[in-house]
Design a protein around this ligand. Sequence first.
Ligand SMILES: Nc1ncnc2c1ncn2[C@@H]1O[C@H](COP(=O)(O)OP(=O)(O)OP(=O)(O)O)[C@@H](O)[C@H]1O
Length: 519
Amino acid sequence: MQSLSQKEYKNEFVSAFDGDDSGDLKPRQTPGVLYSKTVPTPVKKPEVLAWSEELAQELGIEKPTDQKDVDVLGGNHVAPSMYPYAACYAGHQFGNWAGQLGDGRAITLGEWEAPDGKSWELQLKGAGMTPYSRRADGRAVLRSSVREYLMSEAMHYLGVPTTRALSLVSTGDQVLRDMFYNGNPGYEPGAIVMRVAPSFLRFGSFEMPAARRENENLRKLVDWTIDRYYPHLQGEGRILAWFKEIMEKTALLMVDWMRVGFVHGVMNTDNMSILGLTIDYGPYSFLDDYDPDFTPNTTDLPGRRYAFGKQANIAYWNLGCLASAIAPLLEGTEELVAILETYPDFFHGKYYAMMGDKLGLDQVQATDQELITRFTQTLYTLNLDMTIFFQLLIDLPQEVGTEEDVVAHFQPSFYRDLEKGERAMLLSLITDYAARLSANTGPREAAAQKMRKANPRFILRNYLLHQAIEELEKGENQLFLKLQAALKDPYSRNHDEFFAKRPDWASQKAGCSMLSCSS
Ligand SMILES: Nc1ncnc2c1ncn2[C@@H]1O[C@H](COP(=O)(O)OP(=O)(O)OP(=O)(O)O)[C@@H](O)[C@H]1O
């Protein structure tokens, strides 16, 4: 175990590429470089609010005991071997080219080598202005930091690839948020999350040199990324093979999001990880009642571009942007396009297999696709709570029983009373499902086990987060600690005090269902 302030950090990204070393924080365009040196701006009084001990153990990081370590987490101390920088990237936002974006409030401090030899980027989010802050302040508020801290850890324990969060620190400073951010002008407590990932490179990291026609930088970045993160890909054709892997990782990520009912909310290309991780926890949400059109992002309401049911298609669109960015490195684009076009089939194959697991089918047949579609249609038409419904499905008795029995069984997942036709729809689905389940070759218990692994019982619902944040703002952390414990064990029945639908009051309350883009 080593302390944050005494570690010998590596800075391999910085060593590999030209950067702007001036340390100037003035917002600007930085053509020709992939990052700019950025020292965090100190805060008034950093205090650790939360610490991810299991992650720290894995990485070999000592829990902060002295002020110097806490100061690293708050951006008040930069260890001598660190080279802090903000990365320069671009992106397509809401379908439009946005040009240079970059880390406007994220600063990578250095690369931490864990005892197993793996390397992790340590990054502070909310540590002050960078050359990419544009018109904003480089800060994050407690509200959004708690959301990122808890949810990235929750996703990890759900088995969904994600960036991780090591610490949550309050800064002692107040941060002004105006209409641009949350429609609610005023001061809020500031906070900083230290997040970690093998790499924070995004699709937009490649779009930037491509848009600037900096082919040398682009080639170097692609080669470096493959060598470091995809070292098994060597020789001729490796760029195509790399793209295929990114495509598959991205499709699998979408399947995982659909499995647990996660809506990211801002799937811009600057929020798409080159490693297929969930990155940037902004206005995300889990689905309560199943609705493919649901977007938690108030900024996205008119087009619902990033709604739950559109995520797989948007990922495809974003992969198209990445393909365009790397195309100049290839002789022609035919093979690249051919790989891209395999996305829909690859995704659908994995999607149906995942739904088969959720339903406990031992081998998904082509004929099961219709049953799976009937499930999603029924969930949607009847406004059923996704998480609770699948849990109840695991406990379905062998004998389905009457319409009344079925309705009573699934009652805890209802947000409203069902009409006559809807009750019949549910009965017919469940009857056909039970018949299909009995056609499994394995025993019923094997199906139930598969379902318990595929269907989370605890999800971090937005209203729970909202309540925990309200408490923290008052200096209480009881709910926060309970959620932190529950999220580590989401497939068990150990935290059933949270096994309940979203309460009525939360459906319209700001922050409990809908959120704005950034804060
Ligand atoms: N308060 C802020 N100060 C400076 N830049 C910001 C701020 N909020 C967002 N940005 C920048 O706006 C762009 C898009 O914002 P987005 O909400 O996707 O990112 P984010 O939540 O800040 O960061 P990340 O994607 O690194 O998790 C990024 O370039 C981001 O750095």
